[in-house]
Design a protein around this ligand. Structure first.
Ligand code: BGC
Length: 615
């Protein structure tokens, strides 16, 4: 902690450093599963540090670090027994500080998981609180004489817990918990608790974190006659944290994990004075539904119910994460449909959802994976990639709870997938070893050496995305199309002008060392031309950028007759090849897309000269 703080290189994009998150691609890291530097079978901070080269090469802007605090690990580390420390298995505070400094040096930000709602039942606060009814911490948790209070509050893990109350033999009272019974909820009505949690926030911000993912944000307070979610008191407490950030740590961010309907979740943005980002949970299962139904409606309907959000705010959108593919925000009928399509084996079901990774959910269909990523990278929001999904890693449905999707990162075809040199039996979880997704077949080293791999494809898309800042902040205008299998929209808005051939975030250095040597490859060149974009160039170095994104949700080739009257006279330039397509007129604009095809076009007033396209 005595290490000097390094200024963060500017990767701020057009809206200024403080709004970096509106342009960022996040990468979710399970520390335990990423890379084991000391060969004890458990991934650690130094391991992640060693792999920063890889993440920089991949082109992510921010890491979301899952809980690394001391914990008995009965809920993947979300059961914390000390909020002010690092679990010894992962390293030390100094290791963490070094990681943050090096990440910052590379222009990568790091957001940590902040579990404020509850602690482990092994936390000293709880041990003290349960010891009697009159100890100094007696009111740090939520106690009651009976288990009948707040019957409206739903049980989250319905397959494991029957009630949100559990009897404690010592204190002879019930304690309240929204998740597992070994995770008692803290009592935010007690000012000492609220103040201590604010101190905890400051502690990690001082260490250098760039913000927090607020775990289980909706549940901090309870109120009679309510479901105990999204209460005004909870919003007030989050606003208090935001105020602290604005006053003393500008540029750091809050990302809410609030699994709810878009209108409820949008409340976590406040009036731009609460969270900077919120996960868009309901969109995620609907992406999976749309590609199975081969129809855009599940997506367009949820987007039409998504409210405008305050200036400076952003959705976080994702395909998969460390939890089950949650089906809480769908109707019973939709849930049955998704289960029947994506969880054909009962072992795939977890809590109220499906415990599988992206690739197996899609039956290993790469085109479909590209299509889904194309949407996540171009719909309004900041994309969040789950570690291993850039390789299309598999899962292990024979492991319990959500461990099915938390197996070791597959770095190479070596022992333990290159994750650790520990004995196999010592590993925190076995690596995936099946012939389809095992580390022999799916690993970073092989995909780095193969320019046609999914990893290279995704990296190329991230580079494209950087060249189109409008995907971070632009408006989204749905494009009418009679074919229900086609989802098309135009993202447009003002962006900072970029010099020809450069990215507004600066250059990325080629990476060679550490994983596959020179075979790791140079980054592909940025687009050779920044064409004259749609709209006027204004004096402040701003210009309007417009990107048309077209997706075919069907497994068969489809025609797309797009209605684009507003863009009549513009030329769509396909972004990967910079190939100009025919000029848009007042008539429907017809293109054909292959099975699960997608195309992104920059809409330009003047087509680029042919030699620039070739150049
Ligand atoms: C986390 C889960 C965890 C739960 C309880 C969630 O929202 O994502 O992994 O089990 O919080 O802390």
């Amino acid at each position: 902690m005595s290490m000097p703080r390094l200024p963060l290189p500017s990767r701020d994009g057009p809206a200024g450093t403080r709004r970096w998150y509106q342009h960022a691609v996040f990468y979710e890291v399970l520390l335990r599963g990423f890379y084991d530097s000391n060969n004890d079978g458990i991934g650690d901070i130094r391991g992640l540090h060693e792999k920063l080269d890889y993440l920089q090469w991949l082109g992510v802007d921010a890491i979301w670090l899952l809980p690394f605090y001391p914990s008995p690990m009965r809920d993947g580390g979300y059961d914390i027994s000390d909020f002010f420390n690092v679990a010894p298995d992962y390293g030390t505070l100094t290791d963490l500080s070094r990681l943050l400094d090096d990440a910052h040096r590379r222009g990568i930000r790091v957001v940590s998981d902040l579990v404020m709602n509850h602690t482990s039942d092994t936390h000293p606060w709880f041990i003290e609180s349960r010891s009697s009814r009159d100890n100094p911490k007696s009111d740090w948790y939520v106690w009651n004489d009976d288990d009948q209070r707040w019957p409206e509050a739903r049980v989250v893990f319905t397959d494991v817990e029957r009630s949100n109350w559990t009897w404690d033999e010592t204190r002879e009272q019930y304690y309240w918990h929204r998740f597992f019974s070994h995770q008692p909820d803290l009592n935010y009505e007690n000012p000492e608790v609220a103040d201590t949690m604010v101190d905890m926030v400051k502690f990690w911000l001082e260490l250098g974190f760039d913000g927090f993912r607020l775990d289980a944000a909706p549940y901090l307070f309870q109120r009679d006659g309510t479901a105990g979610e999204h209460l005004p008191e909870t919003h007030d407490f989050i606003k208090r944290i935001r105020k602290e950030i604005e006053s003393n740590y500008p540029g750091r961010v809050l990302l809410a994990e609030a699994n709810g309907w878009p209108a409820d979740v949008a409340d976590y943005f406040g009036d731009g004075d609460e969270c900077h980002l919120c996960f868009h949970f309901p969109l995620m299962p609907r992406l999976f539904m749309a590609v199975r139904k081969e129809q855009r409606y599940p997506i367009t309907e949820i987007l039409s119910q998504t409210p405008e959000i305050p200036d400076g705010c952003q959705w976080a959108i994702f395909l998969r994460n460390h939890d089950e593919l949650t089906l809480e925000q769908v109707t019973d009928e939709e849930r049955d449909y998704l289960i029947s399509e994506y969880a054909k084996d009962d072992r795939m079901k977890r809590h109220m959802g499906i415990g599988r990774r992206l690739a197996p959910l899609l039956d290993g269909n790469r085109r479909l994976a590209e299509l889904l990523y194309s949407m996540v990278l171009s719909l309004p929001g900041s994309p969040v990639i789950y570690y291993g999904d850039e390789l299309l890693m598999g899962d292990n449905i024979y492991l319990g709870d959500r461990d099915s999707v938390r197996t070791p990162m597959q770095w190479s075809p070596d022992r333990n997938g290159g994750f650790s040199k520990a004995d196999f039996a010592q590993l925190y979880l076995p690596p995936v070893m099946d012939p389809v997704y095992g580390s022999d077949a799916v690993n970073v080293e092989a995909q780095c050496r193969n320019p046609g791999s999914f990893l290279h494809w995704l990296r190329g898309m991230l580079i494209q995305r950087r060249a189109m800042p409008v995907l971070g902040v632009g408006t989204m205008e749905p494009t009418a199309c009679p074919n229900p299998s086609i989802l098309a929209y135009v993202r447009s808005g003002e962006v900072a002008d970029a010099p020809v051939g450069s990215s507004p975030w600066g250059t990325m250095r080629p990476i060679g060392e550490g994983f596959g040597g020179g075979t790791f490859g140079r980054p592909p060149a940025p687009p050779s031309v920044v064409p004259v974009a749609a709209g006027e160039q204004d004096l402040a170095g701003q210009r309007t950028q417009a990107v048309l994104c077209v997706h075919n949700l069907s497994r068969f080739a489809q025609p797309a007759e797009l209605s684009l009257p507003r863009w009549s006279g513009y030329t769509p330039v396909e972004v990967l090849g910079r190939v100009p397509f025919p000029v848009i007129s007042d008539e429907p604009y017809t293109i054909a897309l292959g099975p699960y095809g997608y195309l992104w076009f920059e809409l330009v007033r003047e087509p680029p000269f042919p030699e620039e396209v070739i150049g």
